[in-house]
Write a protein that binds this ligand. Structure first.
Ligand code: URP
Ligand code: ZN
Ligand code: ZN
Length: 527
């Protein structure tokens, strides 16, 4: 008899179990799916029948057969043997698992560490339909290799696939050499430059130009956090002098004009270097319009909105309750109502290309470090678990986007940009079996009580909507079904991302055209 999915045979993980003692709830770290004793289903063969299979390029009613962690076939009426788990997806959408291009798991921030490490953050992600993420490695005293080593350690307990971006915080020959090593030997194809966080991560234009040049030569994507850090510093001082010390001071001290200025500057410097640019967490209409203008002129600029910018507004920062207000503190700030809708429209029109979360989860005790001074509130909001639901509800359920476009902005475009498509970001024969089944007729409700991240708060508290991820399959295993997680520390794989993705295609010809257009140096005759 064909094995029907019997959830009772699987190791169950409830939301409350995923706390600090998480490892005690599961198999020991390092045990892989194939090894026995985890209580996991031993079959690695899964057939999903009758669903609407959605890829970025098309949607079609078909069966999906999975074997050995990869998609073996996508077609009608697939017949299988008795040892195959069958999932009936009739009336539901079968889509590539989400890829979150922007997370901070286990990151040190303002003398504390985000509450979600690679294990709990990823478990939460899987419960929300995300099956891969790309996290930002922070160098140790400027050393990229030391930073990478530290993050490799942090990621040891991973329960889903992940990749790394690398942050650049200073410039010298060693950094330049290490960037090369990161790309050529370590599978990193993107580098992030912070134009804000003065005195900490912020870099200046000179470094930005050096970094862009190096990125281009390596075929690596330059990413920017775009805010004018000097002006933000000034704005913060101004608020404190005015006696504005609460979270609303965070909002007031770094207005959209400072995000737009840095976005525009970053874009112009990337244009000067003729290198592709990726702008992370686009939070304002103003910054989005800088990207729109550049793209209209033919420049290769990618804009990443994040869920908080798409569905929230700044009213939370003005809440009279400090704990409530502080949970919304992130940078650039969540903007006034209106920016959210403008970003949604830009996403549906293709002006912005993919959605991240900037998941950087902190609890209310950590946020309270800034009770007397908003500058001391560690920045960051949650989202890794909520992104797939909130984007579906805000964009597809609202009629602004098709299911195929949803797949593109939550998964495929990320895989393409970071050069791992179609291994990731698609349901095609040969792709990794990272798949979700979403029921468009089911609904979701977000609460801190029921979420799987380690934080005691949730910026989307009380949000409800249509479209529920009922099943998540990661690496060919069912890890989320019937509201229960079954994950194994150490089962996630590091995904190496090769350089020279599609954004670099033809750049050499553009450079050659530029050089031939110079008509210089002018040959002058001695008089
Ligand atoms: O507030 C934020 N965004 N925290 C995470 C670090 C960053 O700027 O991406
Ligand atoms: Zn940032
Ligand atoms: Zn971030």
């Amino acid at each position: 008899m064909v094995i029907r999915l019997l959830l009772s045979v699987i190791v169950y993980i409830s939301a409350s179990a995923l706390g600090t003692s998480a490892t005690n709830q599961f198999c020991e770290a390092g045990i892989k799916y194939e090894e026995s004793g985890c209580g996991l289903s031993s079959s690695s063969k899964i057939l999903i029948t009758g669903g609407t299979v959605v890829n970025a390029h098309q949607q079609v009613i078909a069966d999906v057969y999975i074997e050995e962690g990869v998609v073996a076939a996508v077609k009608s009426n697939i017949k299988v043997d008795d040892d195959v788990i069958v999932l009936d997806a009739t009336g539901k959408f079968v889509m590539p698992g989400g890829i979150d291009p922007h997370t901070h798991l286990g990151m040190d921030v303002l003398n504390t560490t985000t509450v979600d490490d690679f294990f709990t953050g990823q478990a939460a992600a899987l419960a929300g339909g995300t099956t891969m993420h790309i996290d930002f490695v922070i160098p140790v005293n400027g050393s990229l290799s030391a930073g990478l080593k530290a993050y490799q350690k942090k990621a040891e307990d991973s329960c889903m696939d992940y990749g790394f971006h690398m942050v650049i915080t200073k410039w010298n020959e060693d950094v330049s050499r290490e960037m090369e090593i990161m790309v050529k030997e370590n599978g990193i194809n993107s580098f992030k430059f912070f134009m804000a966080y003065k005195g900490a991560l912020m870099i200046n234009d000179e470094l930005l130009l050096e970094g862009f040049k190096k990125c281009k030569s390596l075929g690596a994507l330059a990413m920017i956090h775009a805010e004018n850090g000097d002006a933000v510093f000034e704005g913060q001082k101004r608020m404190i002098e005015l006696g504005i010390t609460g979270p609303e001071g965070h909002d007031l001290s770094r207005p959209a004009v400072l995000e737009a200025e840095a976005t525009g500057r970053g874009i112009r410097l990337a244009s000067f270097s003729n290198t592709p640019l990726y702008v992370v967490h686009v939070m304002s209409r103003d910054a989005m319009e800088e990207i729109a203008k550049a793209r209209r002129s033919g420049q290769r600029v990618i804009g990443e909105p994040i869920v908080s910018g798409l569905v929230l507004n700044n009213s939370g920062l003005w809440d009279p309750d400090f704990t409530t207000a502080a949970k919304f503190v992130m940078s650039p700030p969540i903007r006034a109502a209106g920016h959210d809708k403008a970003l949604q429209a830009a996403l549906s029109a293709g002006v912005l290309q993919l959605v991240g979360t900037d998941h950087c989860s902190l609890n209310s005790t950590q946020k309270a470090f800034g009770i007397n001074d908003f500058r001391k509130i560690p920045n960051g909001v949650n989202g890794i678990e909520e992104r797939m639901h909130l984007v579906w509800d805000a964009m597809v359920e609202s009629g602004q986007m098709s299911p195929s476009d949803y797949v593109r902005v939550t998964s495929t475009e990320c895989a393409r940009i970071f050069n791992i498509y179609p291994k990731k970001g698609a349901i095609l024969a040969g792709s990794d079996a990272d798949i979700i089944i979403l029921n468009p007729n089911s609904s979701f409700k977000i609460t801190a009580k029921s979420h799987h991240t380690n934080s005691d708060t949730n910026v989307y508290e009380g949000f409800t909507g249509k479209g529920k991820v009922e099943v998540t399959i990661a690496g060919g295993r069912i890890v989320w079904a019937n509201g229960e997680l079954k994950v194994v520390p150490g089962s996630g794989k590091y995904i190496r991302m090769p350089p020279f993705g599609y954004l670099f295609d033809g750049l050499d010809r553009a450079d050659a055209n530029y050089l031939s257009s110079l008509r210089a140096p002018v040959k002058r005759f001695k008089s």
